[in-house]
Design a protein around this ligand. Structure first.
Ligand code: NAP
Length: 252
């Protein structure tokens, strides 16, 4: 039955950046679909776990600063101690805004480390594990509309998200025949801490709303259907796709 293909019973997911925003929403949605969930956070303790426990699912909180080299690999090992992982959602991300001529090396390095290098290392660790155990696996990388567009004063972020969308494709090409699906979601403008500065900026807020056919910012809940789809058997023949969830922005 078609809805059964979306069920995640018996699966274990690792969601990075599950303490807030889109990551918290996706972690809870995966649990609602039946998965046990390892919730990663950096600074804040993931209250998401409490909500998942209330759904009757098993869960654990793990901390890792993905701006540190080596953190992604040890995060995957910690998650494996909870249960063998079937689904990885590479959601943690950071944004630092400054004009290109003033952009600091520290900001560039931090954004690329969290948004790209750690995603790559987590994909590699998960891919190695899935292929060695000869079972299916799902990887969902969270990109952005700035995988396609440049944005304003976010050179490191746009470079990292463009790279995440591209990275998704060679991994999908290599691993599809071994039952490992690698896909990405490109969220549009969603109401989270990541976009707080834009939401506060009256002019940018108006410009953004004028371009979105749905005429509203996205809510974290808006990304959950795409996440469950790409984490489930319903997407077994979907490989290397970047699924845009943007209220129609890219069509205008
Ligand atoms: P958010 O509310 O700011 O959440 C970001 C998450 O990433 C938090 O859980 C945070 O952990 C984690 N994180 C940040 N820096 C980290 C680090 N150094 N090490 C480990 N974890 C770190 O933002 P969001 O909007 O939900 O963003 C989630 C993802 O969606 C990001 O990849 C973002 O680029 C992408 N995205 C968002 C939008 C949007 O409109 N909101 C649009 C396109 C793409 P702590 O809270 O524990 O620090």
């Amino acid at each position: 039955m078609i809805l059964d293909q979306f069920r995640l019973d018996g699966k274990t997911a690792l969601v990075t950046g599950a303490s807030a925003g889109l990551g918290a929403a996706m972690a809870i949605a995966l649990a609602q679909a039946g998965a046990d969930v390892v919730c990663h956070g950096n600074s804040r303790s993931p209250r998401t776990c409490e909500k998942i426990e209330k759904l009757g699912r098993r869960t654990a909180a793990v901390q890792a600063d993905l701006a540190q080299s080596g953190a992604a690999e040890s995060l995957f090992e910690k998650a494996q101690q909870f249960a063998p992982v079937d689904i990885v959602i590479n959601n943690a991300g950071t944004i630092r805004r400054a004009k290109a001529i003033e952009y600091s090396d520290a900001d560039w390095t931090a954004v690329l480390q969290v948004n790209l290098n750690s995603v790559w290392k987590l994909c590699q660790a998960a891919g190695r594990f899935f292929i060695a155990r000869q079972a299916t696996g799902k990887i969902v990388n969270i990109a952005s509309l700035l995988a396609f567009q440049g944005g304003i004063t976010v050179p490191a972020y746009a470079a990292s998200k463009g790279a995440v969308a591209q990275l998704t494709k060679p991994l999908a090409n290599e691993w599809a025949s071994q039952g490992v699906n690698v896909n990405a979601i490109a969220p549009g403008y969603m109401r989270t801490a990541n976009t707080a500065a834009l939401q506060r900026d009256e002019i940018r807020n108006r410009q953004i709303l004028e371009r979105i056919p749905a005429q509203r910012w996205g809510d974290p809940a808006d990304i959950c259907g795409a996440a469950v789809f790409l984490a489930s058997a319903a997407s077994d023949y979907v490989n290397g796709h970047v699924l845009v969830v943007d209220g129609g922005w890219m069509g205008t």
